[in-house]
Design a protein around this ligand. Structure first.
Ligand SMILES: Cc1cc2nc3c(=O)[nH]c(=O)nc-3n(C[C@H](O)[C@H](O)[C@H](O)COP(=O)(O)OP(=O)(O)OC[C@H]3O[C@@H](n4cnc5c(N)ncnc54)[C@H](O)[C@@H]3O)c2cc1C
Length: 550
């Protein structure tokens, strides 16, 4: 991910992300604003093979030999039969394209070696793949954008890849709805919707998949106005562990529908399409503001008194960043406003008043919806086609990256002590002997607005009372020494630990975190019991399993 301080011309070479808005925009020409990705209800019981679960090396679940319908693992001829039964390609070790096909977004997971990757072209391919893993007791993982922070969209068994089921179609009606293939990547989601003048709130990283994002919530730049991505789902199609292709919405399989809006990817089946309600995609204001680090405490205090309480049209985040062994940290506010530049400027004046000073580098402009999404994605100077990995589109200019992430929600403003702890946490990275070119920091996303008007139990996404969320990250160039990376990781864990007295104890299920001990409560709170009931109804034998599976 591109970090603050990366020259604008360099930024598009790095994988972008939601910290795009955290990056300060070089005001000249408004171009290169930049970027960084390199930032359980009654139901039909699922059938299938009775199984005894055991962990496989990647955290997936393998059925015991006694539970298998077939004796022993699949032989070459069995795989060949699967390949014939699928309309999409099946890639196996040793075959052309395997090295790329097995990759996730994060290079940390490059050593994982799935036994096969099934590129499913339709729900029947998914059902066929699930029948195969049931028959042979193989671990299975669904994969969309491959951005799982824990690598849990890979497995030693079969990856069920949904990216060949991609695309956006918009239907009439009021409001207009969009049916979106489960394999659609975010930048293609925005592009397909914008072609019809429509929008659905989502995240910033262009290569994140709509499936993982939506199933775990979906926090994005217009969330305070339009809610989470999952709040905009009206229906979905999903293949459950028994191989049945089901519709889930408010009337049909409503318990499954509830669970798929925030219950987390990989838990309840393989989604093959989503239907969303849509919003008008008019022009939108973008702003990027920075202050000297000496003003950081005042900026934090001012931002937290302003951002969660602003009108719904205004969304913003606050990013504090540093480099191991580096110079002075940076503090930036970025955001969007659904309205005119003068209305946005009036809102920003309230922030300046709360901080007690104007930013040293202010930037505010109005632009088209799609361009705004490209800017957020770190693709301000790229076409939609270029705003992909080279393995995704010819001419794709983005790169894969490595990152550790942890998260928090905050339901109370930070006290003076809390702000002091925060600043010390960021500054401590300067004293870490980390990877040259590495970075780290914390990004706060303003919440409130439409996100918090949904009751905590109305969907599986329970975090409806926070003022803001936060993500603690650290990144390093691919190929960095493991000891340097380990020291950055230790810094991040210690930083997160230091903030325990101030955070709510909740964590974002989409920033899935293998080191989180109390993940059930942190991700799902009071909704966890109902999620386990949905799991028991639709996946009683835990075909879909990973270390933090419901
Ligand atoms: C660089 C970066 C930027 C990010 N930016 C944002 C952001 O702006 N806002 C935000 O809210 N989050 C953001 N995230 C977090 C992101 O939402 C999650 O990592 C999400 O799970 C990724 O989805 P995916 O489809 O890309 O990943 P995958 O790794 O493919 O999938 C994630 C999980 O979902 C499961 N899954 C995938 N497809 C399906 C399917 N079709 N049916 C059922 N289960 C499935 C997988 O098995 C896995 O458990 C970001 C993550 C990264 C790494």
């Amino acid at each position: 991910m591109a970090e603050a301080g990366v020259p604008p011309g360099e930024q598009h070479r790095q994988a972008p992300g939601r910290r795009a808005l955290l990056q300060f925009a070089a005001a000249a020409g408004g171009a290169s604003l930049l970027s960084a990705c390199s930032r359980s209800a009654s139901a039909p019981a699922a059938g299938g093979t009775a199984a005894v679960a055991s962990r496989d090396s990647s955290g997936g679940t393998a059925m015991s030999a006694a539970a298998q319908a077939a004796s022993g693992p699949p032989k070459a001829a069995d795989w060949a039969a699967l390949a014939r039964d699928l309309s999409g390609p099946l890639i196996r070790p040793g075959e052309s394209g395997y090295t790329t096909a097995k990759e996730l977004f994060d290079t940390r997971f490059d050593s994982l070696r799935p036994a096969g990757i099934a590129y499913c072209r339709n729900p029947h391919d998914v059902a066929t793949s699930l029948a195969f893993v049931r028959k042979y007791g193989l671990p299975v993982a669904a994969r969309c954008g491959g951005h799982s922070y824990a690598g849990w969209s890979s497995t030693s068994g079969l990856i069920v890849d949904v990216t060949r089921m991609a695309g956006v179609s918009v239907s009439g009606g009021n409001p207009k709805t969009a049916t979106v293939g489960a394999g659609t990547r975010l930048i293609d989601f925005y592009n397909g919707l914008a072609a019809h003048g429509r929008a659905v709130p989502g995240g910033s990283c262009p290569t994140v998949g709509i499936s993982g994002l939506t199933l775990g919530g979906g926090i994005g730049v217009v969330g305070r106005a339009y809610g989470l991505t999952c709040d905009n789902v009206t229906s979905l199609q999903i293949v459950t562990a028994d191989g049945q292709i089901r519709t889930a919405n408010a009337k049909t399989n409503s318990d499954l529908f509830w669970a798929c809006r925030g219950g987390g990817g990989g838990n309840f089946g393989v989604v093959t399409s989503f239907t969303f309600t849509t919003h008008p995609a008019g022009d939108i204001c973008l702003f990027f503001l920075s202050w000297p680090w000496s003003q950081a405490a005042r900026v934090i205090a001012g931002w937290q008194s302003w951002a969660p309480h602003a009108p719904d049209q205004l969304w913003s985040n606050l990013h504090l960043a540093a480099a191991p062994g580096g110079s002075i940290p940076s503090i930036q506010v970025g955001g969007t406003y659904l309205g005119t530049v003068s209305e946005a400027a009036a809102q920003l004046e309230k922030l300046y008043a709360a901080v007690g000073s104007h930013p040293s580098s202010p930037f505010l402009e109005s632009t088209t919806w799609l361009h705004a999404m490209l800017v957020e994605a770190g693709c301000a100077s790229l076409t939609v086609k270029e705003c992909h990995l080279p393995t995704q589109t010819a001419g794709g200019q983005l790169s894969r990256a490595s990152e550790y992430a942890k998260s928090d929600f905050f339901t109370r403003p930070l006290s003076g002590h809390g702000i002091g702890t925060l600043l010390a946490g960021v500054e401590n990275l300067q004293r870490v002997s980390g990877a040259p070119g590495g970075s780290g920091g914390i990004a706060f996303d303003a919440l409130g607005g439409a996100v918090n008007r949904v009751a905590p139990g109305a969907t599986a996404f329970v975090h409806r009372n926070a003022l803001f969320g936060a993500q603690y990250t650290t990144t390093w160039p691919v190929g960095s020494a493991s000891a340097e990376v380990a020291r950055q990781h230790a810094w991040q864990q210690s930083f997160w630990q230091s903030m325990r007295p101030y955070a709510s104890g909740q964590a974002y299920q989409n920033y899935i975190d293998p080191s989180l001990a109390n993940w059930r409560q942190a991700y799902y709170g009071a909704n966890y019991t109902r999620l386990t009931q949905v799991k028991a109804a639709y996946d009683p034998h835990r075909l879909f399993s990973f270390p933090q599976a419901v």
